[in-house]
Ligand binder design. Sequence first.
Ligand SMILES: [Zn+2]
Length: 104
Amino acid sequence: MDKASKKRLKAQVREHQREAAMAALPLPVTELAAMFDMLDVELPLQGCDHSRRITKAWLTGRGHDVEAVFAWLDTQGGYCDCEVLANVEEKVDEAKKASQRTPH
Ligand SMILES: [Zn+2]
């Protein structure tokens, strides 16, 4: 395989990983974006107590499946409110960009 084909193949693999990440999202991207926006405001005010209490309160308030979202956050490295914002937001951003770029 030449260099160009290898590069294309790698790009394709990355694209598929992003698509998989997108498909595995527990909530619509717009809901997740709203959750991160909320944490952006609430986290500096309330502080992180090494739990996901702020996230949980928000999910409950919006009527979402807390267990399902938490299970997904575990897989994304979001084990407390500050980690949700620090680790997970950019992954969702990546997945969102990839899905918008996908030609099919
Ligand atoms: Zn934290």
